[in-house]
Design a protein around this ligand. Sequence first.
Ligand code: ADP
Ligand code: MG
Length: 466
Amino acid sequence: MSLKTILPGSTSPTGQQITLGVMGGGQLGRMFVQAAQAMGYFTAVLDPDPASPAGLISHFHIQTPFDDEQGLAQLMQRCEAITTEFENVPAPALVTLGAHRPVAPSAACVAIAQDRIKEKAHFVQCAPVSSVFPAPYATITTDALLAAVPADLLPGILKTARLGYDGKGQVRVSTREELAAAWAGLNKVPCVLEKLMPLRGECSVIVSRGADGQTVSFPVQKNTHHDGILAITEVFEGALDPALAARAQASTVALANHLNYVGVLCVEYFLVDTADGVDLIVNEMAPRPHNSGHYTQNACDISQFEAQVRTLAGLPLPTPRQHSPAIMVNLLGDLWFAPNAVREKVSERGGPARHPPAPLRQAERAPGSQDGPPQHHRPHRGRGARDRGQGVDAARPAPARRLIHPCRCCSTPPMRLPWNKRRSGWRQARWWGCRQKPSTASRPMPTTPPRCTASLKPRAARPTTR
Ligand code: ADP
Ligand code: MG
């Protein structure tokens, strides 16, 4: 079914509160629910786990398996439109939902993203319009295909076609023997072997595309991974070459257009050195908001989750504007109570050595979940030009106020004051570079500042008024 505009606060033809639904109750589902509720929608989550993070805070929680017919019927009955929070939702379930309710992204798009073999074929098919190719790869589904793998793909990374995330389901191999052993170790499930690329860096692009084809892009994220897991995301002027970033954005829009995609889409890219400079290679796509986009909640005027709600509800899509430079450190583990735990984790992950207090966003996992420790995202929102382009190592707290005016008498550039001399507001900005300072705003300029006598003309004698 096609999307129409769904306004919050209204009621459906059956008299129910307008409700948006999400397949999956994990951390991304929870943030979608929070965004939808903040915009005035009721929400429903389908997830079998009674303690799923999104289910716990949603108006309605349908606790059935994803492919359960009754559960899907309840979700359809309750919701005006339905989205997904992860790519491993069974595509047939989305087909069932899509026959009766608008579903975004569509089952066809999710089916491509949940299978690396289809995903890579899609990237190759799109290359003439996106101008970006995937890394050289081979599909391995049979012993004959394993034996036929070209030698130049080694050393490479063997990746399961389905259900891989955070580097799981991947094995690095250097020889044919290692490749055969690794495939046997993965129970000979369908895989792709990808050539190991000499990475200069990585980036990702999040776009949001409406049912009318309007597409807006978030700024390009520069990502650093540790052991296949996202460690740091940096988004500020100078973090990436602007030409490369523009190319990545254009390629992502082309990939979304080619799929007639509706919803939020994230595409990951590798940056590799070539003879002509740095080139882009498309890695994978996620048909949903992405870990690397959590900073949008603090540093942009609309977040990736609000964009997801807007595309689902057919609301206008404003172009996201980043109002603050951002560095986000992805922290793993339970960090709330141990003293200095956050600080230690931030430096362990290569985050800023000194950092200002920054929001800690917990991405919850259900108690007892097998998906690894809870993840926390610490987006550092910078405060202006000082923070831009310095990279994470140089990131440091900005002063409470920046001195923006040169000295009024000798034009000495603004100087940084010692912490105990800082004042707030305009008075600080009017302190003089030559260390002269008026004690009040209305006080006239001193006639003979000690370091500027040469540049000052003698002041005319003041006429007496009496
Ligand atoms: P996941 O689904 O786990 O995110 P990815 O394919 O994105 O799987 O791989 C995780 C990380 O492993 C990447 O972000 C990158 O750092 C590294 N990696 C993956 N494929 C390659 C490759 N072909 N060459 C070099 N590094 C790779
Ligand atoms: Mg990845």
